[in-house]
Design a protein around this ligand. Structure first.
Ligand code: NAD
Length: 289
């Protein structure tokens, strides 16, 4: 099967699948050139929150993008509606392999034949869940970090991705204020995430072993690197359930990884303290963190 690259992309919508922490941020970036973004989530609440988030930030992001303008975001709980006309579909559903497999089978069936199907998965290469996609040459890993603050993007082939799809994305994505980098071979965690996983793991280990506290680790991080935040604040931002899922996945590939970091995360997740999204994680939020 030969994939035909999408044309007319400036006037066609981007569809984002999943309106959570990352989905809404991805929608924001694609809305910052004045276009339309469709965002699908089975939870209408999530869709509503995503729209409010984009509306709040889009003018500011657009002001930093060449040719930027405030675009619109259309939330929907209807998948075919979200996919109508989309030249690019970015999946950002929870990090569960079976769910991704099902979602990609649906996307393949329902999206236009020239739509590029991208996954924002942090830890799964698309080769692991694109088995029901008829034409894997249109499937690609397109992994965002935390836009708009961290606008780098990993691009990685599914193993079958059409070279022209990679080249198109490398050319087009910078127009939306994001910076794509290509992982030149399959790599769980892509490029920067692998490095970041090691930093998170050791920070958690230091706390799990009672050597230090999240606050002290973050303070030392800020003092020594000159960077704002620190690993624990960053994990709260990502969501501790997501961080745990990602670490479990690395551990499944490498059984020698220490268990302390996962046990510490699990205690927070079991208590419902998932980070910024629940108002409490390693820190508390809501005006008094
Ligand atoms: P999240 O839990 O914040 O959001 C997931 C959203 O998907 C929820 O709103 C949920 O209602 C929705 N959802 C559930 N089932 C769905 C379905 N079948 N179709 C569409 N939507 C569905 O998760 P997140 O943090 O945004 O992570 C999403 C993906 O992005 C994961 O693959 C994760 O690895 C990746 N990612 C996350 C981060 C991060 O910092 N959180 C960074 C990079 C990549």
């Amino acid at each position: 099967m030969t994939f035909t690259l999408p044309t007319g992309i400036e006037t066609r919508p981007v569809a984002v699948i999943g309106a959570g922490t990352l989905g809404r941020r991805i929608a924001l970036m694609f809305a910052a050139r004045g276009g339309q973004v469709h965002i699908y989530d089975p939870s209408s609440e999530a869709g509503k929150h995503a729209c409010a988030y984009v509306e709040e930030h889009v003018a500011e992001v657009a002001s930093r993008v060449d040719g930027g303008a405030s675009g619109s975001v259309v939330p929907t709980t209807d998948l075919p509606e979200a996919l109508t006309g989309a030249w690019l579909v970015v999946e950002a559903v929870p990090e569960r392999l079976e769910l991704k497999r099902q979602v990609f089978a649906d996307l393949d069936r329902l999206a236009g034949p020239d739509a590029i199907l991208a996954s924002n998965s942090s830890s799964y290469p698309t080769s692991r869940f694109a088995d029901h996609v008829a034409d894997p040459s249109r499937v690609v890993n397109m992994h965002f970090y935390m836009p708009p603050a961290q606008p780098a993007v990993d691009l990685m082939s599914s193993g079958h991705t059409d070279r022209a799809v990679m080249d198109l994305l490398l050319e087009v994505l910078p127009r939306y204020g994001v910076f794509p980098f290509e992982a030149r071979r399959e790599s769980t965690g892509f490029i920067f995430n692998r490095i970041w996983a090691a930093i998170k793991r050791e920070s958690l280990a230091v706390v799990a072993e009672g050597v230090s506290t999240p606050e002290d680790v973050d303070s030392m991080w800020e003092i020594n690197t000159g960077l704002k935040g620190g690993p624990f604040r960053a994990m709260d931002q990502v969501g501790l359930d997501v961080v745990l899922d990602i670490e479990k996945h690395y551990a499944a590939e490498n059984p020698n990884l220490p268990t302390g970091p996962r046990e510490l995360l699990k205690r927070y997740v079991d208590a419902g303290h998932l980070g910024v999204k629940t108002g409490r994680g390693f820190y508390t939020y809501g005006g008094q963190d």
